[in-house]
Design a protein around this ligand. Sequence first.
Ligand SMILES: [Zn+2]
Length: 220
Amino acid sequence: MNNQKAVVVFSGGQDSTTCLFWALREFEHVEAVTFQYGQRHLEELHVAKNICDQLKVTHHELDMNLLNQLAPNALTRKDIAITEGDDGLPSTFVPGRNLLFLSFAAILAKQINAKHVVTGVCETDFSGYPDCRDIFTKSLNVTLNLAMDDQFVIHTPLMWLDKAGVWELSDQLGAFSFVKNNTLTCYNGLKGSGCGECPACQLRQTGLEKYEANRKKVRT
Ligand SMILES: [Zn+2]
């Protein structure tokens, strides 16, 4: 897959950062796109930009604030319980959000002449959205190719991994410490290991502990 160009859907969280490292291994030229949609914490955008700067990856920010018009509850009501969706976004967000994000990422890919779109969606850990399922991304892939008369390939390297598996992948990519220290998953906007209490931190921490326990077993 060398000698080709890829766009990574990137939030600055553990999953999409692991995808970014994966893409940097697989493709010669990688750019990242972050969707700005009124995140609870602007910090997310800074973190995403900062990671791209560190990795010397061109970073695109696309304004998706129109999503707020479709799902005001998720962003304005703090009493709604939040559980983690793909890419660390609140699960209370707009149904079909991933459909939109991937479509916009593909349009961007078309413009910069990239054939590959990489996303950290995953069926395993999340009860979540129908548009994170493998069958959906394959279906959208066909649709996007028809829509733009092109031969895009959507890659989902995390599709069948649990959180421990994502840590393992980052380790294989030589990015374990980087992901551990530089990414933001926490709903309270704290980088690295985060607040330790929100659902996103707990999921991340449980996965990390499981992976570290497995790693010890393998080594001893
Ligand atoms: Zn947290």
